[in-house]
Each structure stands twice: as C-alpha cells, then as structure tokens.
Ligand binder design. Structure first.
Ligand code: BMX
Ligand code: ZN
Length: 303
C-alpha cells in the first residue's frame, strides 16, 4: 500500500480570474487544469467549481492558495472587486467536506513567495518579497527566513498601501491604494477610460508596443507606483530582493521597466528586482510545500 506521504498533494489556486488545480510531488506539477473563477459572490460556487475540476482520489494531502485574506481557514476579500465572496467564508471546512481531509489554506501571494524563496528567485536571501501583479496586486513577505502571514492573515497586503493620495476608492475602502493604480484591473480601467474604448490589459500592452503614447504612459504610471512601493517596503523591513510574477508582472518588458525605474531611487533604497522563477504556478507549488513541510523547515510560518 502507498503511504499518504508518497502520494501527490492535490493543490488548488483560486485567483480573481481563474482556478487552477494540479497534483504536486516535490517541485513537479502534474495534471494541471483550470477553469474561470465563479464571481457571483458565493463561496459555495467556488467550492463547487473546485469539486468539478478535481480528482477525488490519488492524493495524500490537499492544499489551497487563494486570493484574499485567509484566517484560520476562513476567507474574506480585502478587495471584493478582485474576488467577491461572503466575509469569513469557511473555506477549509467546505473543502474538507469535498475531499475528506482538512486542507492547508493560505493566501495566494504568500504561497507563491514561499515557493520562490525555497526554490525560485528568492533562494539565498533572508528578507525577500514576492509581488504578483495580476487581477489585483498580491505580495508575500519572507522575513528572516520565515513566511509572514500574520495573526489575521493580512501580512504582505502591500497592494493596499497608499500610492496616490486622494486617488480613486479601492474595493478595500481606502483611497489611492497601489492596487487602484498598478493592478491588471486598474490598467484595463485606466486604458479603457483614456483610450475611449474597452481594452483588456494585454490589449493595453499591445497598444503601447504599437506606439500608443497614452498606453505607454498608463503602464509607466504603474511602474513608478510599484517601484515606490518597493522602496517603502525596503525602508520598512530592509528587503534583500524583489521577485515579480503574475500576468502583468511577467508581461513583455515590464520587469525591465521596473529595473530601469529603480535606478532613479537613491542608492540606499535600490534592491535587485527579478522575474519570479517558479512561473505562473508558484502559488500551487508554495501551497503544496507548506502542506508538506520538511522537518528542516520548522517554524517556517510566522503567524
Ligand atoms: C488582492 C487581495 C489579495 C491578493 C491579491 C492578488 C482579495 C480578494 N485579494 O489584493 O489577497 O493576494 O489581490 O490576487 O482581496 P490575484 O487574484 O490577483 O492573484
Ligand atoms: Zn485597497
């Protein structure tokens, strides 16, 4: 008989746009599949979509990375525009009912930060930050080698620090958050308003490439805001290296633009900015690793 620990971890990544599911063994991802995220505001719809997509047997543990604030297995949206859901939706128990075992549940950017720190762009650093620039802006922080979730799950939500005083109202209730300036949602919104036609984020990047000054200016605004957020974070906790992922973060030329902009910072705030290496599936990998910590990873998570 196969011991549960020899079997892969069934791992789920719930983002604002899509749900991905795979079986993860070590750093190997198999049988990856995905579906659009149900956005009607009901946690039960999310769980039903996961149940539809996932195998029911053949795994030894279940791990779930999700956009939003995870506290003791419950999920609350900080920004309901990124993922609408009931406050404090008891995600862990709902997932346990489907698969018959209690899952590890963690914020998506925190999970991805752990993967990058352990086997990606953050290896060898002590204080490391991973940013995902996607539907929203997520961030996971590893400080002194420990992944920070915070007692309330809020650690690393740098997407909701102030970027533009008096700026537009964020779904979290504050005004001018980084996420209202530099996320994929923000770029598409600004692009549509200023170009006078509905554009998606990839269309905005394509327009910039084809010479649209307006599109280039909007993207440059996001770059400036992100680099300032990196500098603020460096001033707060002395980050050694920033890795950037997510659909927008990994879009052609974006990381290079961040690197160039960071040269305008006073030297004391400058840190390496690199592309996430674990790729689009860092959240899957990190959640699986957190569900199966090695004994040498003792105290890896700081609550
Ligand atoms: C939002 C917030 C974060 C998340 C980030 C990236 C919600 C629902 N999510 O700031 O928890 O990490 O977006 O999320 O409040 P993604 O869906 O863009 O990957
Ligand atoms: Zn906000």
């Amino acid at each position: 008989m196969t011991a549960a620990s020899d079997l892969p971890v069934l791992t789920i990544d719930v983002g604002g746009t899509k749900i991905a599911i795979a079986e993860v063994s070590g750093d190997r991802i198999a049988n990856r599949r995905q579906a659009p995220t149900p956005r009607a505001g009901r946690g039960d719809d999310l769980v039903a979509a996961i149940a539809d997509l996932a195998p029911k047997t053949g795994f030894g543990a279940v791990a779930l990375a999700t956009t939003g604030i995870v506290r003791d297995g419950s999920l609350t949206a900080l920004n309901p525009e990124t993922l609408p859901i009931e406050d404090g939706y008891v995600l862990a128990s709902a997932i346990e009912r489907v698969f018959g075992m209690p899952p590890l549940v963690i914020n998506d950017a925190q999970a991805a930060a752990w993967a990058e720190f352990t086997l990606g762009a953050g290896t060898g650093f002590r204080n490391f930050a991973f940013f995902t620039v996607s539907t929203g802006i997520g961030c996971g922080l590893v400080i002194d080698g420990r992944l920070q979730s915070g007692a309330n799950g809020l650690a690393g939500h740098v997407g909701h620090t102030r970027s533009e005083p008096g700026g537009i109202l964020c779904g979290c209730g504050r005004r001018g958050c980084l996420e209202t300036v530099a996320s994929g949602t923000a770029l598409a919104r600004a692009g549509s308003a200023r170009l006078g036609r509905k554009v998606t984020t990839p269309e905005l990047f394509a327009a910039a490439k084809e010479g649209s000054g307006i599109a280039a200016e909007i993207i440059a605004g996001a770059v400036v805001a992100l680099v300032d957020a990196f500098a603020d974070l460096t001033a707060s906790v002395d980050i050694d290296c920033f890795a950037v992922g997510g659909g927008v973060g990994l879009a052609g030329g974006f990381i290079e633009a961040l690197q160039v902009r960071s040269l305008d910072l006073p030297r004391v705030y400058r840190r390496p900015i690199v592309a996430a290496r674990a790729g689009a599936d860092a959240g899957l990998l990190g959640a699986a690793m957190l569900a199966r910590p090695k004994s040498s990873d003792e105290n890896f998570l700081q609550k």
